[in-house]
Design a protein. Structure first.
Length: 95
């Protein structure tokens, strides 16, 4: 069974120019999103976080939020590796 991150990688490779995400006036293609997600996942690993650690994502709704959400889900080296546990919270929603 393919994971969401594996599907993102597949679309990034096969349809890199297609639009993957639109938030407001910001757009991101599958190729851009896959690259940014991989970079974020590597940065998470470089911070010393390990699979199962919790990370809060308190951000406004944006393409960056999508990048962080999927990047946290992805393991630092392989899309099939578990990432950190996301604790999402939108700063756009009232507490």
């Amino acid at each position: 069974m393919a994971t969401l991150v594996a599907e993102l990688d597949r679309h990034g490779a096969t349809s890199p120019g297609k639009i993957a995400c639109v938030v407001g006036t910001s757009r991101c293609t599958y190729g851009e999103l896959a690259d940014r997600v991989r970079a974020f996942a590597c940065a998470v690993g470089e911070l010393g976080l390990h699979p199962g650690d919790r990370v809060s994502l308190y951000m406004p709704n944006s393409v960056d939020y999508v990048v962080c959400f999927y990047g946290a889900m992805r393991g630092p080296n392989e899309p099939g590796m578990p990432g950190v546990v996301r604790v999402p919270a939108s700063s756009s929603s009232p507490p």
